[in-house]
Design a protein around this ligand. Structure first.
Ligand SMILES: Nc1ncnc2c1ncn2[C@@H]1O[C@H](COP(=O)(O)OP(=O)(O)O)[C@@H](O)[C@H]1O
Ligand SMILES: [Mg+2]
Length: 444
């Protein structure tokens, strides 16, 4: 630790938060979990103080680790996390360790529990999907469940569209409950929500002293649920605050009262809404009190020159982030570079991808040898992700689509469930010079 420099306690090895500290002359102390060792992709930079803990979402685990490392009494300028699962833990730790935090425990709870969140908004007169709690999805209590039509069943505090599905009526709920019981689904408390049609919009932004200081509005190419259901590439396009001023006005009209009702006084947020094209209505979907996943931080930086993680750290320390966006007129967006079921054995080099028109940022995440299951299980699975830009929306979309197709054509995946004859044929097509026949009856 440097003398006289502030030090921030960061729970989870979030590269954006670590970089934000380093950009702001703050010494981060990073409490990281086993995922870092298990996955081996993210690194904590040399010189950054780090502490291992078994479970970053457990108060007990983090406190053990801090005490073992002799850090429990250090005067941190703030405690913060970018990890959805650690939000309430961090709020509790802030209380125990008496450290400044962006989101206090009671507010954190409203940002985590999807049912409580909708209750608060309903009470504030904000339109949301009707929602009921299924306390134990292995054993849904039939007497408690009101009859319903098409609905979405999802973990009460999940993320990444994991274990999220559409169910029809109580028969559908019972069938899903039985499936989860058989498969040993570890999550038990779910919410059942009225199905909201519409495209999905995203608002990423910053609140300070109760004022919505900055926000970016973007839209998913298609809703996350169908993206996962049909194993498609997740895509996002950022709206332009001038050309799409109407979208920004509409988003503000829902986001501002929703954030006020939820009590976010300071901090960053990632909100999802359903845009109903016929009525033009925008209906609140959910809101997290952290920066968005996917490449949302890169997209906001590319379009607005704003580092949301820097804003997050400032908010956590009680300092006005004083955001000064500088907007680029180009269309900016992202696409996943999807995998295929089977064993991944090849993809283009980062240099080749970066050389394609409009590519501004690239992340290739999966190592060769990675085995993909038959279907996507969440919105976090892809070979890589890329941010692109184009002078117009059309140019951006055509660059994005041709890049995704170009990458897919060069992706080499040993097909799942292939028989040996099928694998031989696949090898012959990929690498004809490596195939040799059983030569006993011929001279070759
Ligand atoms: N009530 C709903 N109506 C329609 N689609 C929904 C509803 N709730 C969730 N979804 C779909 O499921 C996805 C994941 O649900 P969400 O509440 O955003 O949880 P998380 O992102 O934490 O997994 C959403 O992005 C959306 O596509
Ligand atoms: Mg979501």
């Amino acid at each position: 630790m440097s003398q006289n420099r502030p030090s921030a306690l960061i729970i989870g090895a979030d590269p954006y938060l670590i970089r934000a500290c380093l950009r702001n002359d703050i010494d981060p102390v990073v409490v990281y979990g086993p995922g870092l060792h298990d996955w081996g992709f993210i690194e904590i930079p040399q010189g950054v103080e780090k502490v291992f803990t078994e479970d970053t979402s457990s108060v007990e685990s983090v406190l053990f680790s801090l005490h073992r490392a002799g850090l429990a009494d250090r005067a941190f300028s703030c405690i913060h996390t970018g990890d959805e699962m650690a939000l309430v833990t961090v709020a509790a730790l802030a209380k125990v360790l008496d450290i400044s935090v962006a989101v206090e425990a009671d507010v954190a709870v409203r940002f985590r529990d999807k049912w409580l969140q909708k209750q608060v908004l309903t009470e504030a007169g904000i339109e949301v999907a009707k929602s009921q709690v299924i306390e134990d999805v292995h054993h849904p209590d039939r007497s408690e469940v009101q009859e319903f039509g098409k609905a979405v069943l999802k973990p009460i505090a999940g993320a990444g569209t994991k274990n999220t599905s559409v169910v029809e009526g109580t028969a559908g709920l019972n069938a899903k409950g039985a499936e989860y019981r058989r498969s040993g689904m570890p999550q038990r408390t779910f919410v059942l929500e009225e199905f909201m049609p519409g495209d999905e919009w995203i608002v990423d932004g910053v609140v300070f002293d109760g004022v919505l200081q900055f926000f970016s509005v973007s839209t998913y190419g298609e809703p996350c649920l169908s993206t996962v259901e049909f194993s498609r590439a997740l895509q996002v396009e950022v709206f332009d605050p001038t050309a799409d001023a109407g979208a920004y006005e509409l988003a503000r009209s829902v986001a501002e009262p929703a954030l006020r009702a939820l009590g976010l006084n300071r901090g960053v947020f990632h909100m999802e809404l359903f845009h109903q094209q016929e009525s033009g209505k925008l209906v609140f979907g959910e809101c997290a009190a952290r920066t968005g996943g996917l490449l949302q931080p890169e997209l906001v930086e590319a379009k607005f020159g704003v580092d949301l993680a820097v804003a997050a750290i400032r908010c956590a320390s009680g300092v006005d982030p004083q955001i000064k966006p500088s907007v680029r007129p180009e269309t900016v967006g992202s696409t996943y570079l999807n995998n295929r079921p089977g064993v991944l054995v090849g993809y283009p080099s980062p240099a080749e991808v970066r050389a394609l028109p409009g590519v501004e940022y690239l992340r290739l995440e999966l190592p060769y040898g990675f085995q993909m299951a038959d279907a996507l299980a969440s919105t976090t699975e892809a070979v890589g992700q890329v941010v692109l830009s184009g002078a117009t929306r059309e140019e951006f979309r055509s660059r994005r689509d041709s890049l995704a197709q170009w990458f897919d054509e060069r992706l080499v995946v040993v097909p799942a469930h292939a028989t040996y004859p099928e694998l031989r044929e696949w090898q012959r097509q990929q690498w004809p010079e490596t195939v040799s026949a059983f030569g006993t009856y011929s001279d070759d």
